[in-house]
Design a protein around this ligand. Structure first.
Ligand code: HEM
Length: 431
């Protein structure tokens, strides 16, 4: 027990990604025992019980496939994301488990298909947003990138812009920034601490976002009074899923773009080649260019999704005994699937940023950046488009460089691969 306690403190205090990496250096899969709080909610009574639980780590793509194929009774896709409820809401597709997951997912796909198409006037709006938010100078690029990507989602899903959008963006950025990766290892902890009011700030932001979403729905659906006519449970599901789209849809994409700009800022030749391609193809037909998978732009985005997956690992809770990768998992064990290590260990020269690998090599392993199976990311196509568009517009307008203070490591224990210091870069406007 003491051993597990010491190990738990180490996992909370140290850099978890580093611990995972060194663990895989000596074995393809490994397990650690941690003391984790279990949380039961019975009416208004909360019970917290600490117990030893095993966490098993995997990176091999074949093991990932086995997880994605497992039955929901064996591996519950969402149960380990309970810690995200304070941000997304109890009915969000991200946290609904069992039979509630499939309908919530269909609803999310429907929303994405209905709203998230990119047209010529969206590009004008983007172009304007980029110029407005990126002054010449040296500053952390992540913040303006987040503002532009969040503005994109607000425009496409809710069809709003202007000051309402600006305040909402600020709240969404703060809410997403609150989610700490420590809770991925201790998933019950947030739920437990909510009891003591620790999540007050989070709840305030969530309330603001909910009001915003409610107002928008009222405005959109004036033809009938949706609040009176939609049952309470369905209303909650709609709002929670829109909130999930709003937060899940910009945090991950903006992190990817920040790392992509870092790679371009560190490689002047690649930056110049990409700028030439962008100038030529945007003049011809921008929408065709962004949809084309064979361009240098597409390869550069793909390589960023490989080397800098914005969700470095995903987590699953085991519900019934199952053997994966030779590891006999027991009910209540956790499994961590390290996307980041899979992408580094599964590719030749995996730690090198090299967009040309997709040109020269065939039969490369498939990327796991967007997960797989029942929980695969429903926003993956739009995320790729968003990265291609924002990077192109930035390259057309700015020379991007690093400074001696630019840091290329991930802030410790975040949910997404947030660059430390918000990715300090230098932007020079091209006249
Ligand atoms: C580069 C950008 C993105 C990355 C790397 C990413 C990655 C992921 C991953 C790995 C998962 C699965 C988590 C798991 O298996 O446990 C996921 C789920 C999800 N993503 Fe994304 N995502 C991105 C962009 C987006 C966008 C733009 C949207 C919405 C417009 C979105 C909405 C969602 C939602 C709603 C889920 C939950 C799906 C479910 O629970 O079944 N994501 N994402």
């Amino acid at each position: 027990m003491l051993d597990a306690l010491v190990r738990t403190l180490k996992w909370v205090a140290y850099n978890q990604r580093e611990l995972i990496r060194t663990g895989f250096d000596s074995a393809e899969t490994f397990q650690v025992e941690l003391i984790l709080p279990s949380y039961n909610e019975r009416g208004s009574n909360h019970q917290v019980r600490f117990s030893k639980r095993r966490v098993a780590f995997f990176w091999n793509p074949e093991h990932f496939a086995e997880f994605h194929k497992a039955r929901p009774e064996e591996i519950d896709v969402s149960s380990s994301y309970g810690f995200l409820k304070p941000y997304f809401g109890d009915e969000s597709v991200f946290v609904t488990s069992g039979s509630g997951h499939a309908p919530a997912k269909q609803a999310v796909y429907r929303t994405i298909r209905q709203h998230m198409t990119i047209e010529a006037d969206d590009l004008m709006f983007f172009s304007y947003s980029v110029l407005e938010r990126f002054p010449t100078g040296v500053y952390p690029a992540l913040k303006p990138i987040q503002e532009v990507t969040a503005a994109f989602l607000l425009r496409t899903v809710f069809d709003v812009q202007g000051s309402a959008a600006t305040t909402t963006i600020e709240h969404a950025i703060a809410a997403a920034g609150n989610a700490s990766g420590t809770f991925l290892i201790l998933p019950d902890l947030v739920r437990w601490t909510r009891r003591w009011g620790v999540g007050l700030a989070i709840r305030r932001q969530r309330l603001h976002l909910r009001h915003f979403i409610m107002d928008q729905l009222q405005g959109m659906l004036v033809a009938h009074n949706w609040v009176d006519e939609t049952p309470e449970a369905a209303r909650t599901e709609i709002i929670d899923n829109l909130m999930t789209l709003l937060i899940a849809g910009f945090e991950t994409t903006s992190t990817t773009i920040a790392w992509l700009l870092y790679e371009l800022a560190s490689n002047n030749d690649l930056q110049a080649d990409l700028r030439s391609e962008v100038s030529e193809r945007i003049r011809e037909n921008p929408l065709d260019y962004f949809a084309d998978d064979k361009t240098l732009l597409a390869r550069t985005v793909q390589e960023t999704l490989r080397l800098h997956p914005s969700i470095p690992f995903i987590i699953r809770e085991v519900k019934a005994p199952i053997t994966i990768g030779g590891v006999a998992l027991r009910a209540s064990d956790y499994a961590v699937l390290s996307i980041e290590e899979m992408h580094r260990r599964g590719f030749d020269g995996g730690t090198r940023f090299d967009p040309s690998r997709y040109q020269t090599a065939t039969n490369l392993p498939k990327l796991a950046t967007f997960g797989g199976g029942a929980k695969i990311c429903p926003g993956r196509a739009i995320a790729v488009q968003q990265c291609r568009i924002i990077v192109s517009l930035l390259l057309a307008k700015y020379l991007i460089g690093t400074t001696d203070k630019t840091r290329s490591y991930i802030a410790r224990n975040r949910v997404s691969a947030t660059p430390a210091g918000g990715m300090l870069l230098k932007f020079d406007r091209i006249q």
